[in-house]
Design a protein around this ligand. Structure first.
Ligand code: PMP
Length: 286
């Protein structure tokens, strides 16, 4: 059985899940999105994702496509129709709707809602522990990266540049030489003194839900951390580095621009935070 997707009120086979060419998401990237992990059949950190969706919608003055409680029911229906009883990913997108092309907000359009989901094998701790390489690149994005906008051309270019360089992610660097975040993830380092550092959630980064969960775990387990920007030089001189996202979890970074980080392997802080995060995932729905 193929995937079932939700498009503006209908559950459709994925190949027939289509939106109109004049949807403002297609015309202007005038929309926002969320990606949820699904564990044990339940959206992980659902309240946090919905809060971020509310902030993104508010910042772009886009109306909720339906009440949040109804949206949660539709999400559950998509999870169930795709038989995600263990692990998977749910993608949700809201745009300003369909209207004749004109930059100004349309008067009458209703927000569009698309939800897709797919089953995935549950994360394997051994595979999750495999380190990745990152490159650094100038951050070319707009000044509201805190909004989870579907306008991702700069992120797409950065990710492809990383892949072309034999790496998995690009860490973007602002005009002051400080790392903002990855193209699809938040950036972290652990100093040689054992301090965990990640940039504060300002307009230069997306406030990641995984980032938030990892900080809560660090607090709970008395791991010392500070939220501040760090430079490319500091990152290359760090004892450990890792990235976080809903899909990558807590991913060790073993090299930056070809320079090995620390021992070039997976460090103890990263390993501990990954283990704690995997436990957090497995607690979803309990
Ligand atoms: N930054 C960017 C630019 C991202 O695209 C993502 C992934 N959505 C993240 C950070 C991590 O966010 P989260 O932990 O909520 O997946």
């Amino acid at each position: 059985m193929g995937c079932i997707s939700y498009v503006n009120g209908r559950y459709l086979p994925h190949r027939r899940a289509l939106v109109h060419v004049e949807d403002r998401g297609y015309q202007f990237a005038d929309g926002v999105y969320e990606v949820f992990a699904v564990a044990n059949g339940h959206p992980v950190d659902e309240a946090e994702h919905l809060q971020r969706l509310e902030r993104s919608l508010g910042a772009l003055q886009i109306a909720w496509p339906m009440a949040p409680a109804a949206l949660q029911l539709v999400m559950r229906e998509v999870i169930s129709r795709n038989r995600i009883d263990r692990f998977g990913i749910l993608y949700l997108q809201v745009t300003r709707g369909v209207a004749a092309r004109n930059h100004a907000f349309p008067r009458a359009a209703r927000s569009s809602l698309v939800i897709t989901a797919r089953r995935l094998p549950p994360p394997e701790p051994a595979a999750a522990r495999l380190g990745v390489r990152v490159i650094t690149l100038p951050d070319q994005r707009w000044k509201r990266c805190d909004i989870k906008s579907i306008g991702l051309a700069a992120n797409v270019l950065g990710k492809q540049a990383a892949l072309d360089a034999g790496a998995s992610e690009a860490w973007m660097v602002d005009d002051a030489g400080l790392i903002t975040e990855g193209t699809t993830s938040n950036a972290w380092i652990v100093t040689k003194g054992g301090e965990l550092i990640t940039r504060q959630p300002d307009a230069a980064i997306l406030s990641g839900i995984t980032r938030h969960a990892v900080l809560a775990l660090a607090r709970e387990h008395a791991v010392r951390f500070v939220e501040r920007p760090f430079s490319v030089g500091e990152a290359k001189a760090a004892a450990e580095a890792f990235l976080t996202s809903t899909t990558a979890l807590v991913k060790p970074v073993v090299a930056i621009d070809g320079t090995p980080v620390g021992s070039g392997g997976v460090g103890p802080f990263t390993e501990r935070l990954l283990d704690l995060y995997l436990q957090h995932l497995n607690q979803a729905g309990s």
